[in-house]
Ligand binder design. Structure first.
Ligand SMILES: [Zn+2]
Length: 411
């Protein structure tokens, strides 16, 4: 592609930047094998937008676009991000906002939301010089929707745009104990919701799921599998796939909610099951929010695994729904003894992650990070232990009363 030097000249200042003003990037202990991203700058306007990220050393880069919504994805080797706290929250020119984080072990990703269709004019990484760090540079220029979609289709043909599916542990056919799949929400580039001091949903729910796993395993009656055990991103469809593939007898997705300031305050735990029509507008908003995870992480939605094809949907789903609702009731009863509940603690909405037609599934929102008291609970070890114990109790009571012999090992 021809370099239009003149049109980019005014952006040259970005390349020289001020990244070294604070001295060379610090090395994080234990992560010093990874390159470090130290600063990021946006320049230009809607006619030409430049994105620059400073790096401790040169890295490889793969850039491509995704439609609906319009996004640019930058896949890079695993990088330690030490960017300013508000980096990515606002944009400039063709870039509305951007996110960054771990996609899988060894691989990081940046996802740039576009204000309108744009083409990648240039994407490259320059080596460090005497007075400047290595830099990743992305130049964007406006284009029309039709050209944008054509490019997306071309990109899709030349290479898979998705991370490779993770290897799943082989099902242990000798072990007939029911399998409980715990699904800590979000991860990696998708932080989930954030508290006022930056406490992230993805970390809260991962820790909670770990404690819950211990509690369940301690009973000796169940096997437990987690959809993620680290800070990696897992697409929603993949979470469902992991549960179905492993023959789960129960799927519990774990989240924390937050209410936008303008919508007032809410508190307490809520248990959700799947339904096409949401219980109320808050449930609908939440499902929409949680279903955005794949868009946030730059997953091409048309590539979602279609796991439900070929199943006698109606029959399987009706039974599954009954079990899901039974478990949800149990869970609310047990949670009540351990923590504050939302004023309507049992709801349903169209959560993608609850769509397995043959695995009873619920999604629990442990509380609101936007509420002061809830956040204090969510961050407390004692609260996490007590509440995890109540969820484990609900699981045990569900299996021992409702499904002994029918569901166990049925898959
Ligand atoms: Zn969530």
């Amino acid at each position: 592609m021809a370099v239009r030097a003149a049109s980019w000249a005014f952006l040259g200042i970005l390349l020289t930047g001020v990244a070294w003003a604070a001295g060379p990037p610090a090395t994080t202990p234990g992560a010093d094998s990874f390159p470090v991203a130290t600063d990021v700058r946006l320049g230009g306007d809607e006619a030409a937008t430049r994105f620059v990220m400073d790096l401790s050393r040169k890295i490889d880069l793969r850039a491509f676009t995704l439609a609906d919504p319009y996004r640019v994805i930058l896949d890079i080797p695993q990088v330690t991000f030490q960017l300013p706290a508000k980096a990515g929250e606002s944009g400039r020119g063709l870039i509305k906002a951007f996110r960054f984080g771990l996609m899988m072990p060894g691989g990081s990703r940046l996802v740039l939301d576009l204000a309108k269709p744009a083409r990648i004019d240039k994407a490259f990484v320059v080596d460090a010089t005497v007075d400047a760090p290595a830099r990743l540079v992305l130049d964007l220029a406006p284009t029309d929707r039709e050209s944008f979609l054509r490019k997306v289709a071309l990109d899709g043909k030349t290479a898979g745009t998705e991370p490779p599916p993770r290897s799943e542990p082989p099902a242990d056919s000798a072990d007939k104990r029911p399998l409980v799949v715990l699904d800590p929400g979000h991860g990696g580039i998708d932080t989930g919701t954030k508290g006022p001091n930056g406490d992230m949903e993805k970390n809260i729910v991962l820790d909670f799921a770990g404690r819950l796993r211990e509690r369940i395993e301690k009973t000796g009656k169940y096997r437990v599998l987690m959809t993620r055990t680290d800070d990696t991103f897992i697409p929603l469809g993949e979470r469902v796939h992991i549960a179905r593939n492993a023959g789960a007898a129960l799927f519990v997705s774990i989240h924390a909610d937050s209410l936008p300031k303008k919508e007032g305050d809410a508190q307490g735990a809520t248990v959700y099951t799947l339904s096409e029509t949401a219980t109320d507008s808050e449930a609908a908003r939440l499902a929409e929010e949680e279903n955005r995870a794949d868009v946030i992480a730059g997953v091409d939605l048309k590539d979602e695994p279609d796991d439900v094809a070929g199943i006698l949907l109606d029959l399987a789903q009706r039974e599954t729904k009954t079990f899901s609702v039974q478990f949800a009731h149990r869970l609310v009863t047990e949670l009540k003894a351990a923590t504050r509940l939302h004023k309507n603690p049992l709801k349903s909405a169209g959560f993608k992650v609850l769509r397995a037609p043959d695995v009873p599934s619920v999604l629990v929102e442990l509380g609101y990070v936007s509420n002061k008291d809830d956040l204090q609970s969510l961050l407390s070890d004692a609260w996490r232990d007590r509440t995890a114990a109540s969820v484990a109790q609900a699981i045990d009571s569900y299996f021992s009363t409702h499904v002994a012999g029918t569901r166990a090992g049925a898959n």
